[in-house]
Design a protein around this ligand. Structure first.
Ligand code: ATP
Length: 362
């Protein structure tokens, strides 16, 4: 069993605390992605699990072992780095087998493990090449091969795809996912790319300033973000936010905001939102929930500033009242900058946040 547990773990550099007490549990075989903006403490957290940074306080456990004071080599984690960290003078085979050689593993065992890793990662044809004769994606696969042959309890990935071009990143994303499905080794993966997080993870941990804002499976994060931070971070293009107020009106509760925004709350949502009547709230609506699939949706008026045709659909970018707003419209919709358009809002998909705390209330 290779679950990873951080219990009240903190990290300070000098007088600056970058991780306040952090509790995080990663289940055996789970693929967990830590995601968040630059500087939020993802890499520091990963490096503390690896033992490359010492926790300032708290306990780190891998399986049943307390590894808090253990040096990296004894934790049985394999880390894959963003810059690959390959030895330039060694061949692919030597790079993959190096760790085993250092530990005195018999040559025949090394050869067998290297061949198996090369087979899994499609590197068989490159075993005698040096890293400088490989593409970025192949180099990253060698780095992953080196991690695999150690048969670690836990894989740790530190932004392993950031140096690859967009197309290769998508391919490697799938390869790493398939590899995890096959090896079933507990994995902790750090990225600042929310799409990477959403597509790869069993569970995504959204971090902000060293804290966990929300930890959940990708669909829950998308459909039920716990607060404004998660709502803004997950989803591309980002969720729209309109500051307004909840009022009682004809037939139930209404959301009203500057720019003639008057939107009825669906009955089933209104029931639990009565407590927030008269309060300042923020309506969240994703651009993809503004596309007219039904004709009887309520509408708001949007001033268009720019139009981005993306192929399958088009984005209209502009403002609703004072609030920046992006709407998804049908490809080829006859819209131009400076138009004022009526945007249908799918209120069944809306989110509501308290203005003061940012907490999601419905
Ligand atoms: P990125 O996506 O940019 O890599 P991150 O979320 O991984 O960011 P960390 O690298 O964990 O963030 O850094 C968290 C904070 O700790 C940052 O403010 C960073 O400047 C600080 N930090 C990290 N390492 C050190 C160090 N050795 N000394 C001082 N401060 C550090």
């Amino acid at each position: 069993m290779s679950q990873v547990r951080l219990e009240q773990v903190t990290k300070s550099f000098g007088s600056i605390t970058v991780i306040p007490p952090l509790d995080l549990s990663i289940a055996d075989r789970e693929f967990v992605v830590l995601v968040g903006p630059s500087g939020c403490g993802k890499t520091t957290t990963l490096r503390m699990i690896a033992g490359l940074e010492t926790a300032s306080s708290g306990t780190i456990r891998i399986g049943e072992r307390d590894v808090t004071e253990l040096r990296p080599g004894l934790r049985n984690c394999s880390m894959v780095f963003q810059n690959y960290a390959l030895y330039p003078h060694m061949t692919v085979a030597e790079n993959i087998g190096y760790g085993m050689k250092v530990r005195g593993t018999p040559k025949s065992d090394i050869e067998r493990s290297v061949a198996e890793a090369a087979r899994i990662l499609n590197l068989g044809a490159y075993l005698n090449r040096k890293p400088n004769a490989l593409s970025g994606g192949q180099r990253q696969r060698v780095a992953i091969g080196r991690a695999i042959v150690r048969q670690p309890d836990v894989f740790l990935f530190d932004e392993p795809l950031s140096n690859l071009d967009a197309k290769l990143r998508i391919e490697m994303r799938t390869e790493i996912k398939l590899l995890h499905r096959r090896l079933q080794t507990t994995a902790v993966y750090v990225t600042h790319d929310q799409v990477e997080a959403m597509t790869m993870a069993d569970r995504v941990v959204v971090m902000n300033q060293g804290r966990v804002e929300q930890a959940a499976d990708p669909i829950t994060l998308y459909e039920a973000p716990a607060n404004l931070f998660v709502a803004a971070f997950i989803g591309a293009p980002s969720m729209n936010f309109i500051d307004g107020i909840l009022e009682r009106g004809e037939g139930g509760l209404w959301f009203r905001a500057p720019g003639n925004v008057t939107l009825p709350l669906p009955d089933e949502r209104a029931k639990k939102l009565g407590a927030y009547l008269g309060q300042a709230v923020i309506l969240g609506i994703r651009p993809e929930h503004t596309m007219a699939t039904e004709t009887n949706l309520p509408r708001i008026s949007m001033q268009v500033r720019d139009v981005e045709p993306l192929g399958p659909h088009t984005l209209a970018i502009g403002k609703v009242g004072p609030a920046p707003f992006t709407a998804q419209v049908h490809a080829g919709a006859p819209i131009s900058p400076d138009d004022v358009i009526d945007v249908p809002i799918d209120m069944a998909r809306m989110h509501l946040f308290l203005k003061g705390t940012g907490e999601a209330v419905g």
